[in-house]
Write a protein that binds this ligand. Sequence first.
Ligand code: NI
Length: 273
Amino acid sequence: MKHSTLLLFTTLASLTIASCSPEKSGPYTTSSAPVKTTANTDYRTPTPSGPMQRNADNNFSSNFNKGAGVTFSRVSVPGPYVALTFDDGPHASNTPRLLDMLRSRNVKATFYVIGKNVDMYPNIVRRTVAEGHEIGNHTYTHPKLSGLSKDRVFSELQKTDDAIYRAAGVHPRTIRPPYGALLQSQREMIHGSFGYPTIMWSVDPLDWKRPGASVVTSRIISGTSNGAIILVHDLHGSSVDAMPATIDGLLQKGYRFVTVSQLIAMGGSAAAQ
Ligand code: NI
């Protein structure tokens, strides 16, 4: 298992290097070649012993159409598919703990990482990608982008894209702006230059206020519907504590977990913020 994961990772990394080297000519240029992204859909979680509920295996494509939309807060999809997203990591202990929870349930999620944390914990990002999760761009220093110049915005995103690539050999495909603060003109500019759609959310349990794990769980379960994008912060231990009951409750209701890119690719139409 270890060996085949390594082989797959090596393949992903070399493909990425081959397709993306031309864009390194400057910070604001992006190649028109497709960017290899993080969806490692071949990864299969080993079956754990015991009665753990498991998310269904899936081979959904993560190659969404660039014209699908500039902003998504949820996606219109033809089934009970939802995307769990985790912001502000990686965190030294909470993120690996969360990865264990996701792995035992075969759940694939999307991590909106902060670039400076990626540079601090590159091995955690590498593990996240190896286990089939997607990585998104959440800026390098977590500023409020809506008040920043174009140059600052671009450098925040480029530095993070570079850090993710150094750590895990893949490029992010979407951005989530810190505090959800991004002007429409900035969203269009980022979409044009980096190819990232802006990913907001449709379910917000306000977990950063630390209401307690059971409150986070009940808010998420009651707020989720088909095509939902669920916002959680893996920075906070209490948010991670809420995940086993949250995931098990959603699986029990028939929901299936996919990454953000897979959700967009299967739906294609934005329910714009
Ligand atoms: Ni954040």
